[in-house]
Write a protein that binds this ligand. Structure first.
Ligand code: SAH
Length: 587
């Protein structure tokens, strides 16, 4: 998934309110806090220098709520490449000053201004050009790209020294700025999708106005050799700059075809889809039966420039009068992430899952779990369900993703262990809705209850083990019985999930009776309730004493193998472990 939008770094708890304001203004930013001094942060770190240097090297924008000197001294050894440095902003502890420090070519002034606006102060912009002209020529707004090979430094120096500038083309952000614009300016800023060369006298911006429409025109089972070189040649022939290509556009009917995404990826631009209905309208208005032409025109409401057929794939180029807004044009490929949030404790949620949650448009899950992770969801759209409605939950998540959203389906523990990932694939397998074919599905693992329980008490799963759910809602009891016999006979340590519920109390007793046909009365048992949650208890017991009264719906029970042992330390700690080696006969 994509990179973190920014790391907002705090060194003590007093600065968290300022940090929260910044985070709410910078979508996708995460709170980094010094361990021991800060609480309730997204990422807790203990080594300031190492953490900051890692963030900087990985290109993550950094907002340090601390003195500028701290940031400068920490990052100084890494300041070799101006082109690549991410934005670094220092913010005063009380939010009264916002200072862009590094990353001038990567939007630090824009970030600083965004933060300053959220804090109700003025950013301390020190870049001469930006102050004088009220815009950053180095960081044009979305929809415009500075042409490669521009000598921006020389151009700005000339303007600061008194040169005037003529605008060729249309760009409100330039015409409304404080640039010294005149009809007969000595310098030129040109806005064009054409391939032109920048010089010291001429600065070129390419607007994102070009749409490339692609389609297989309903052909199935074709070779789909990618027409990348062909599309590039079309741009050359039309004298258009690839920097002006806003995206690749196609029909949802082609969404499942990997060739479409591969074309967009090879051109390094996003892909957007139009529904059959949206396309039909444009196609009939323009008298075309070709969905590539329809897609290019639907994206631009502009003029068709070129249309070519490359074996199975039809390609069209159209130009819009203004930059294409990808947020409102077509829909992105839908994504569904099925994530595991661990058994309950916030620290056991993986950074990947936090990252995915921060990017979600929709979060779907059992209401209790969504409440657990509320701090990570913020004000995203939530779809809460009852614990039992698993297939409805899966279907909802798939449908939301098919609409082009980033749907995140939340499971406790690991999503692939007695949880929602399997429910999604079952639904996909049985219902086979065509619109689900285009969804990108990703499963993010989590810590399962048995792992968390085992970790709390030592290493009872240290050797071969298996997991058995005692719930006979989705499988008959006869199957469960058979598996307990087999696991007991094979001497596995066994993690029992769903040991009891309000309706089901006899199963655990039955399981115990079966196990006792193979194992001793004093076999070690771990009863782990509410692990990582309020009211956690992890108790050591024996098979003899095991009773349904020990368990509830948030309990996992680990029954040791014949080798599982307890070890008592002199300091009073008792641990359970299953040795990795079978050195001798049963102990
Ligand atoms: N996907 C989950 C399991 C869901 S099935 C996972 O990987 O952990 C639900 C069962 O998981 C519960 O009946 C219980 O047996 C176990 N469980 C879930 N959370 C638990 C917790 N915090 N403590 C103990 N057991 C838990």
């Amino acid at each position: 998934m994509t990179k973190l939008a920014a790391a907002v770094v705090v060194l003590n708890n007093n600065t968290i309110p300022v940090a929260q304001k910044i985070i709410s203004a910078v979508a996708g930013a995460q709170l980094y806090g010094l361990a021991g001094r800060t609480f309730g942060v997204d990422v807790s770190f203990s080594q300031f220098q190492v953490t900051l240097q890692e963030l900087f090297t990985s290109g993550t924008p950094i907002v340090g709520i601390c003195a500028t000197g701290i940031l400068i001294r920490t990052l100084a050894p890494l300041l070799a490449n101006k082109q690549q440095e991410p934005p670094v902003v220092a913010v005063a502890e009380d939010g009264s000053a916002v200072v862009p420090l590094l990353g001038g070519l990567n939007g630090v002034n824009n970030l600083a201004q965004q933060i300053a606006a959220a804090l109700g102060v003025k950013a301390a912009i020190t870049t001469a050009g930006d102050i004088r002209f009220g815009i950053s020529l180095a960081n044009p707004p979305d929809g415009y790209r500075l042409s490669e090979g521009s000598d921006l430094k020389a151009f700005i120096s000339d303007l600061l020294a008194g040169s005037t500038v003529r605008l060729e083309g249309h760009a409100p952000w330039l015409s409304n700025s404080s640039l010294p614009l005149t009809e007969d300016g000595q310098r030129v800023i040109q806005i064009t999708e054409k391939q032109v060369i920048s010089t010291q006298e001429r600065l070129v911006y390419h607007p994102a106005t070009i749409a490339i429409g692609v389609s297989t025109c309903g052909r199935k089972n074709c070779s789909h050799s990618l027409p990348i070189a062909g599309i590039q040649q079309m741009l050359v022939d039309a004298q258009l700059s690839p920097a002006s290509v806003a995206g690749v556009f196609t029909s949802t009917a082609d969404a499942a075809n990997p060739a479409m995404t591969a074309i967009a990826d090879s051109l390094g631009v996003p892909i957007r889809f139009f529904t059959a209905k949206e396309l039909q309208k444009v196609m009939s208005q323009n008298n075309t039966a070709d969905a590539a032409v329809g897609s290019a025109l639907a994206a631009t409401t502009g003029r068709l420039v070129m249309h070519r057929q490359f074996s199975d794939i039809s390609c069209a180029i159209a130009i819009a009068p203004v930059p294409i807004n990808l947020h409102t044009t077509g829909r992105p490929r839908g994504r569904l992430a099925i994530v595991g949030i661990g058994p309950g404790k916030k620290d056991w949620i993986s950074p990947e899952v936090r990252d995915i949650l921060s990017q979600a448009t929709d979060v779907i899950g059992y209401s209790t779990y969504l409440d657990f992770i509320r701090p990570f969801i913020g004000n995203k759209k939530q779809h809460k369900f009852d614990n039992r409605e698993e297939i409805t939950r899966a279907r909802t998540a798939l449908d939301l993703a098919a609409e082009g959203r980033l749907a995140v389906l939340v499971s406790s523990g690991d999503p692939g262990i007695y949880a929602m990932a399997a429910a999604v694939f079952e639904t996909l397998d049985q219902e086979r809705k065509p619109e689900w074919e285009s969804i990108e599905i990703y499963v993010a693992p989590g810590i399962s209850a048995m792992q968390a329980a085992a970790a709390k008490i030592g290493a009872p799963l240290g050797h071969d083990f298996c997991a058995i759910s005692l719930s006979d809602i989705l499988k008959p009891w006869s199957v469960i019985e058979k598996r307990i016999h087999a696991a007991a006979e094979a001497d596995f340590a066994i993690a029992f999930y769903n040991p009891v519920s309000k309706q089901r109390t006899w199963q655990l007793q039955q399981a115990r009776n079966i196990l006792l046909q193979y194992r001793r009365l004093d076999t070690t048992v771990v009863i782990a309730r509410h692990v990582g949650r309020e009211g956690e208890s992890v108790k050591i017991s024996t098979l003899e004493q095991l009773s349904p009264l020990d368990a509830d719906m948030q309990t996992v029970i680990i029954v040791g193998s014949s080798h599982t042992r307890t070890v008592q330390q002199d300091n009073g700690n008792t641990w359970v472990y299953t040795p990795r080696r079978y050195i001798q006969q049963q102990l």
